[in-house]
Design a binder for this molecule. Structure first.
Ligand SMILES: *[C@@H]1O[C@H](CO)[C@@H](O)[C@H](O)[C@H]1NC(C)=O
Ligand SMILES: *[C@@H]1O[C@H](CO)[C@@H](O)[C@H](O)[C@H]1NC(C)=O
Ligand SMILES: *[C@@H]1O[C@H](CO)[C@@H](O)[C@H](O)[C@H]1NC(C)=O
Ligand SMILES: *[C@@H]1O[C@H](CO)[C@@H](O)[C@H](O)[C@H]1NC(C)=O
Ligand SMILES: *[C@@H]1O[C@H](CO)[C@@H](O)[C@H](O)[C@H]1NC(C)=O
Ligand SMILES: *[C@@H]1O[C@H](CO)[C@@H](O)[C@H](O)[C@H]1NC(C)=O
Ligand SMILES: *[C@@H]1O[C@H](CO)[C@@H](O)[C@H](O)[C@H]1NC(C)=O
Length: 427
């Protein structure tokens, strides 16, 4: 009897030892990946390939997985690696820096990358992918790009890596639709500050504005490669479709800006009001037309471009941008453009869109934009030689009461947002 229990005991001990050794092995593997300096392209690609969390860690190991993602993110942000730089050379002030905000839409992103690969002038551009979600597939698509310089940055306060604490949903956060009275008696987080519609914070709603703001700050102030760059930064999102002449038209717009509108300080390549009815003859001539007006979120939030001078004017309104009770970055930008910015935000915009958001544009679908752009191309309307200022001026400066969406009243969000602009320390 005693012998048998001794045997069982021995077996248990050896199993424990084996388990311990295996655990050490796995953690060593990851120590290796994260302590490796990411020296050149191929090394970087290899590590990213090896870095397959789903394979190594079953779900119960989540916490470690997240700490591994966190380490990877801070390494990538620190390293600021530019892929294909040797092939395409350094950026010039005449280059365009394209910043793409990416969440988890791998298939959307694949189309955008394909569209960009055909854009004239793309080989002189720098593509910066700004992620708020680590995904192997997306990483693979980005690392496979050969047609221009590429950099990746990661928003470090994502919900993915903060799934049960702020900026994710923390354990004692108030439910969105609880009444203020109930919230106060429950003493849940932020009970004192529901938004203007009486709702409490929803983590998922807040991420996009945080990410937009963080990435603009990161690009203009933290990236070495942008340090001496005074040219244009073009902002895109993962679900866009872009026309092949998008960069060409942007450069043309920059050339004529002084002549057409001496006070415009932003460019827009995606006109939201551009209805996609199939082309008529008259429509076709519109491809060479540009319009000029005060910036509005309704019309000008797709494919917006500006330089550091304009960014500085926006950033000086950080306080307003970060505390305005609206979770949409474009509504917040419109608010500061009208109430704080000096000079105001004035935009030169294409009459016919060169960029389309497929996700937020329910009536739009890929084949429809394709048909339109193919027709335009067939009739030789893309790559307009000369831009014309449309006689049909868009309405400027209308004192309409802006409708606020809310969902942005939690002081924690305000602080996080301000911290991205280094206005206050995050605590
Ligand atoms: C990562 O591992 C999972 C599970 O084994 C697999 O399905 C997936 O294809 C792998 N991804 C990559 C990029 O290798
Ligand atoms: C870009 O132009 C600025 C002046 O506007 C200059 O200081 C800077 O060196 C230039 N950068 C490059 C990369 O040529
Ligand atoms: C964009 O890419 C998608 C996916 O490859 C393709 O179907 C579409 O035709 C492209 N559109 C343009 C304008 O290049
Ligand atoms: C609040 O939301 C929860 C879950 O979304 C729902 O079940 C509940 O009915 C809502 N309560 C009110 C008062 O709307
Ligand atoms: C910026 O330009 C200055 C002057 O040309 C140079 O000394 C500095 O190294 C450059 N900085 C970067 C990050 O390229
Ligand atoms: C940046 O844009 C502003 C406004 O459009 C313009 O006045 C300025 O010349 C631009 N700066 C550079 C260095 O191109
Ligand atoms: C996209 O739009 C075209 C033209 O209106 C239509 O024929 C097609 O069925 C639509 N496709 C989808 C998936 O909605």
């Amino acid at each position: 009897m005693a012998k048998k229990s001794k045997q069982i005991y021995c077996r248990l001990i050896s199993m424990l030892i084996l388990g311990y050794v295996m655990l050490q092995y796995f953690s060593l593997q990851f120590m290796d990946y994260s302590s490796d300096r990411l020296t050149d392209d191929s090394m970087y690609k290899k590590i990213s390939k090896k870095f397959n969390m789903t394979k190594f860690f079953p779900p119960f190991y989540r916490v470690s997985t997240i700490s591994v993602i966190n380490r990877y993110i801070s390494e990538v942000n620190e390293e600021q690696e530019i892929l294909n730089e040797r092939k395409f050379g350094p950026i010039e002030n005449s280059s365009v820096v394209i910043v793409i905000q990416v969440h988890n839409g791998a298939s959307y992103l694949q189309s955008l990358i394909e569209n960009l690969s055909r854009a004239r002038g793309i080989s002189e551009a720098l593509l910066i992918f700004s992620h708020d979600f680590y995904d192997d597939k997306i990483n693979d698509y980005v690392l496979a790009i050969e047609f221009s310089k590429v950099m990746q940055i990661y928003y470090p306060h994502s919900i993915q890596t903060h799934s049960n604490k702020f900026p994710g949903t923390a354990p004692h956060d108030c439910p969105r639709n609880i009444t203020r009275l109930k919230a106060l008696s429950k003493r849940c987080n932020n009970a004192l500050n529901p938004d203007l519609h009486g709702h409490y914070r929803v983590a998922e709603y807040t991420q996009e504005k945080h990410h937009w703001w963080w990435k603009a700050n990161q690009v203009f102030h933290k990236l070495q490669v942008i340090h001496n760059f005074s040219g244009l930064v073009l902002f895109l999102e993962e679900d866009y479709i872009v026309a092949e002449d998008i960069l060409y038209v942007l450069m043309k717009m920059q050339q004529v800006a002084n002549k057409f509108c001496s006070d415009c300080n932003a460019f827009c390549l995606g006109n939201r009001l551009n209805s996609l009815k199939l082309l008529s003859k008259q429509d076709i001539i519109e491809y060479s037309k540009v319009q000029y007006s005060a910036w509005s979120s309704e019309q000008h939030s797709i494919a917006l471009a500006f330089n550091r001078t304009t960014w500085s004017a926006i950033r000086s309104c950080a306080q307003d941008f970060c505390t305005y009770d609206d979770y949409k970055w474009d509504r917040s930008l419109e608010y500061v453009a009208k109430n704080c910015m000096e000079p105001k935000l004035n935009v030169l915009a294409v009459k016919k869109s060169r960029a389309f958001s497929t996700r937020n544009w329910p009536k739009l679908n890929v084949s429809k934009t394709d048909v339109e752009l193919r027709l335009a191309s067939k009739f030789g309307q893309l790559y307009p030689f000369k831009l014309k200022l449309s006689s049909l001026m868009m309405k400027t400066e209308q004192p309409v009461e802006q409708i606020r969406s809310g969902e942005w009243a939690d002081p924690r969000d305000h602080r996080l947002c301000l911290s991205a602009a280094n206005a206050v320390d995050i605590n």
